[in-house]
Design a protein around this ligand. Structure first.
Ligand code: GLA
Length: 411
């Protein structure tokens, strides 16, 4: 009993020490996720095979590969880190996989200038069959705070009879009560349209079921399906007005480096950047080929994703498997992506002077007949002329041309 009281005391103290001021009920920590969160998550590559060794090595690799310096911050442990609850209901990590404990792991991650995330589930069990947080929300949030957790992904398996909004509100309140600023990532798969109610409850919400490492396909698992990058892209239609600083649509984590071609990886990364999607890498950072690293650390593309205006791209046109997207950026610039979804190359002609982009979300518009922009090709890293002359480009199969349009006097 004495030991237990001591444990509770330590949890409370550690949690209190870790924080500043918790926001009032119904409000999020104001400084979190002002731009889409960037980091890494274990699920897409490693599934349930997580351990402190993998997480430490990944944190090391985040630094060594330049990912951290490119903006990736969160090292997130997905499903299956859990051991059992103790007699008071407090959760403990799997002692075989995490023998040093979660506090030591968080300390290590923090010592690298990174932040740590964990995963739980609003139901009785996680998707991987581990203990869920239902009924234990406040204990779990306090425990995470005492470990030094900075990010919680909260899943939606085994929730029969629960209402999504209430379940996510409860965990949101628990996080705030624990007091440590934690990015709250809601993984409800879009079933109850979280974009309509989740702002103010979480910092990001999944809009779809799970992604799979495929550019354009659907994988049928019997009771559920996973989706290729293009299928997920199409499911984002109509959602852009719901996202903004502190509250983001989440079209799921990245599959860059997990088996698609380099062209496909580039197109996937470009479109997630255009969507202002969280950039959560899902590959093995310890064994990353140079071309994968070059995609994930392209700073000019990341700058489009992280732009402070926080407005998702709009689809300007779609014809013959080619889509043209525009994203308004702070200060008057635009990003443009020309996406070739076909299995063969496409020649693209875009006569600027015939085109006007009008964005009802940001209220911004561009009339290229009236204003010229300088062009920067974000994948070659070269200047690419201006909008004074029509754009003509060959875009390879399943690839993208991504430009930044710079609005400068004299362009
Ligand atoms: C669900 C989520 C995935 C992953 C797994 C873990 O499928 O959508 O992103 O977290 O659970 O079991």
């Amino acid at each position: 009993m004495k030991r237990t009281l001591l444990l509770i005391g330590c949890l409370a103290l550690a949690a209190t020490q870790a924080q500043g001021q918790a926001p009032p009920a119904g409000k999020l920590f104001p400084d979190l996720a002002r731009t889409p969160p960037m980091g890494w998550n274990s699920w897409n590559k490693f599934g349930c095979d997580v351990s402190e060794k993998l997480i430490r090595e990944t944190a090391d690799a985040m630094v060594a590969t330049g990912m951290r310096d490119a903006g990736y911050t969160y090292v997130n442990i997905d499903d299956c880190w859990h051991g059992q609850r103790d007699s008071l209901g407090f959760i403990h990590p799997d002692a075989q996989r995490f023998p040093s404990g979660m506090k030591a792991l968080a300390d290590y991650i923090h010592s690298k200038g990174l932040k740590m995330g964990v995963y739980s589930d609003a139901g009785w069990k996680t998707c991987g069959g581990k203990p869920g947080s239902h009924g234990y929300e406040f204990r779990d949030a306090l425990t995470y705070a005492s470990w030094g957790v900075d990010y919680l992904k909260y899943d939606w398996c085994n929730t029969d009879g629960l209402a999504a909004k209430g379940a996510y509100m409860t965990m949101g309140e628990a996080i705030r009560a624990a007091g440590r600023p934690v990015v709250f990532s809601m993984c409800e798969w879009g079933t109850a349209k979280p974009w309509e109610w989740a702002k103010g409850i979480g910092n990001l919400w999944r809009t779809t079921g799970d992604i799979t490492a495929c550019f354009d396909c659907i994988v049928d698992h019997g009771t559920w399906k996973s989706w290729g990058a293009m299928q997920i892209l199409d499911m984002q239609q109509g959602l852009r007005s719901f996202a903004g600083p502190g509250h983001w649509n989440d079209p799921d984590m990245l599959e860059v480096g997990n088996g698609m071609t380099t062209n496909e990886d580039r197109a996937h990364f470009s479109m997630w950047s255009m969507l202002a999607a969280p950039l959560i890498a899902g590959n093995d950072l310890r064994a990353m080929p140079p071309e994968v690293r070059a995609i994930l650390t392209n700073r000019e593309v990341i700058a489009v994703n992280q732009d402070s205006l926080g407005v998702q791209a709009l689809r300007h046109s779609a014809a013959d498997s080619v889509e043209v997207w525009f994203k308004p950026l702070a200060g008057g610039d635009w990003a443009m992506a020309v996406l070739n979804r076909a299995r063969s190359p496409r020649h693209v002609a875009f006569d600027w002077k015939q085109e006007t982009v009008a964005d009802s979300v940001s209220g911004r518009s561009a009339t290229f007949a009236a204003t010229a922009y300088r062009l920067r090709d974000l994948w070659t890293g070269r200047d690419a002329g201006t909008t004074a002359r029509p754009l003509a480009a060959d875009v390879p199969a399943h690839d993208v041309l991504m430009l930044r349009l710079r609005a400068r006097p004299g362009a």
